[in-house]
Design a protein around this ligand. Sequence first.
Ligand code: ZN
Ligand code: ZN
Length: 462
Amino acid sequence: MLNLGDSPIHADVLVCILCAMPNFEDLHAIIRASKALYAAYSRHQAQILNAVAFNHVGRALPLALLLVRHNKHMSSEEYIAEIYGDESFTKWHFQVTPEDIRQLVSNAKIVAKWEDLYSFRKKDVHHQTSQLTPLQSWRFQKALYRLMLYSRLFPADKTVYALTDTSGINITVELEKERLLRSKFLLECFTNELSQLREVTGFVGEIITWIDRVDSFDRIASNKEFIDIALSVGPAAIFDCYEKLGFEPLTEAINEMCASTTPEYLEDVESRPFFSGYLSDPISKVHQARDDDESQYTPITIIENEPSIADLFPQCSQCGSRSVFIWGETTWDFLSLSSSILGIYLFSSQAQLLKGDLPRNPVELQRIEALLVKTPFKEIFEDIHSKKLKLPEWHDRNDDYWICNQCLVRFMKDHLHLWVIMKRKEANEQIAKDCWYGYNCRTQVHKLSHAQQLNHLCEPTR
Ligand SMILES: [Zn+2]
Ligand SMILES: [Zn+2]
């Protein structure tokens, strides 16, 4: 009797099974499970690794491999010569080896995270995982891998900032050399790919600005070159910043690359010739060299050919209007980042959320602020519904409840004071007698003692 894997047909089937593994984890698990499978793997390792890498990484695999092939010890010049040289563009570049796997997988993870975020923000806010079609996903991934590669080839200020003595260096010459090299790297892109790269870079820039707004009042991203500097550190560190809601990962990464940077590095407003137009200039250069008149042709965007982009916009359950952004299950968390977010990101001021003259009542305002700081927004929303504070003119929520920004502001205005008073009662706080004029009282604004003596989080009875 034959053992599994003994006959050539068996062996072929086993190789097919191994090639169909969706990722390296499964591949490693299955070859450990049987000797026959392990033998098949050992005999056909190259073929199987390539197949599984494709299953895992997807159609952007060639670019993913180019990224893995780059190593720190190679100058960008050498690397670009290598990938564009006719002879050296050998099989070696595209044969996946066991040493590649770790990096391939970790890069693919970063790309997937960015794709989820892109899809969530640009295509379908109802889902936090990518809803891109295979074609859209391929376009996005190619662009992101290119951006990752670009940032490795042209990393943060190694040349100028790191040098204390720049006397031996002719900056103009260096700059020209660098610019040429950057354009050269982009030359292999199709014109549409260049536009998509620009689109994705723009998106990463939007995220950087967003983190900045969440992170502080300083708005360092308004420094023109800040986004370019961040891009030069690469998408991985930027995503880290997004997850941690601050720029520490970026400063750390810069510091690692170039130890002489100071904490003021990012705030330093002196001009950074190596950064201005970091990626946008070379893209324009290549367009010009190709004589692409950008006004003449419409580039294929990443989310191209969707029915109509306006129809894709999510719809508000309350008023039925469609808008770019909507609040609901996948987005509540953005509302609870911190109290400054309530001020900056969503509402220009908390005053917008309060009825009548309450925004100008210092006593109530202070109490409300104290509660808002420690309560995630989602909880406030839940409370309003579950504790029956909701006014009848507002729809009941269901699994598919989404609300536009305008409606949310109105909703909060109608309910926030009711919620605050409920919270205070729950905490057994002593609550003063209601003022007859309720939230519309004028005296609460200019007479502190009145504001202190009476409760104004109530309906006017006069
Ligand atoms: Zn609405
Ligand atoms: Zn009053």
